[in-house]
Ligand binder design. Structure first.
Ligand code: SAM
Length: 249
């Protein structure tokens, strides 16, 4: 089933062995990909299932499909990884969201920390969160995953305390940390099933932010002796966490 074009739909759009696809996804199927009646696609219900589906009717804004067969997707990581990323400048977060979605993270929390340079107003923030949700969904469709990562935020740094408490292991990446590295922290917490990683913006995290995270239970970790860009730190550290604690490789 992995070689058919894949599309996420809301489980409510599935009725028994039939499903109705509408809106942007229908437009992508008909106008962009020019798929027709008789073509087979794979629809994903974001519950971990994939459904091989025959297109039975196409109209302007709707695509009807008949489900031919369903399987549960076995390409989801065995750990739940949350990335709390402080808003970087420009469109760097697009890259971080896309790459970490491909890797298999489960949740993003977008953070407005003290040294964030560009912070969108509330209207713009809604648009950006919607954009990041779309980027994550398209990345998972493309790489054969079956669950779209949640995109939460934009929150203030103090709001992370609750998120930290919900994870078996919470890590805050700090370039000033000189004694504990990511490798050691993961080896000492090999049984963690829910992990959270906090990465700062270009200007870094303040000492008070690091202390707040530590007092909420996060462990400070170094990602090595070089100072990485925020996007490098986020993507590389997520890959290393999934490699070390997941069953991916
Ligand atoms: N404060 C840094 C400086 O003065 O250049 C800039 C911060 S860095 C561009 C962005 C974020 O990546 C940091 O807040 C931290 O979370 C993470 N980071 C980068 N390099 C790191 C390292 N060697 N160890 C731990 N975290 C690192």
């Amino acid at each position: 089933m992995a070689n058919h074009r894949r599309f996420f739909i809301n489980p409510s759009q599935i009725d028994g062995s039939d499903a109705m696809i509408r809106g942007e996804t229908a437009r992508q199927i008909t106008k962009v990909l020019r798929l027709r009646e008789g073509d087979v696609i794979c629809i994903l219900d974001d519950l971990g299932n994939e459904h091989s589906s025959l297109i039975t009717a196409v109209s302007r804004n709707e695509v009807s499909v008949r489900i031919l067969g369903s399987t549960s997707c076995d390409r989801e990581p065995t750990i739940h990884l949350t990335l709390a990323i402080c808003l970087p400048k420009g469109d760097k977060l697009d890259l971080i969201v896309q790459k970490c979605a491909e890797l298999g993270i489960s949740k993003y929390v977008i953070v407005d920390s003290e040294r964030v340079v560009t912070r969108p107003d509330s209207a713009r923030a809604v648009e950006k969160i919607e954009r990041w949700r779309r980027i994550a969904s398209e990345a998972v469709e493309q790489c054969g995953g079956a669950r779209v990562p949640e995109v939460a935020g934009i929150v203030g740094f103090p709001d992370l305390a609750d998120e930290i408490a919900q994870n078996d292991l919470a890590l805050i990446a700090w370039e000033e940390e000189k004694s504990v590295g990511l490798k050691q922290a993961l080896k000492e917490n090999a049984s963690a099933k829910s992990v959270m990683l906090i990465v700062g913006p270009e200007g870094g995290l303040t000492e008070s932010e690091v202390e707040l995270a530590k007092s909420a239970g996060a462990k400070c970790v170094s990602l090595g002796r070089r100072v990485l860009r925020a996007e490098t730190a986020a993507i590389a550290a997520c890959a290393m966490i999934l490699y070390e604690l997941g069953d991916e490789l």
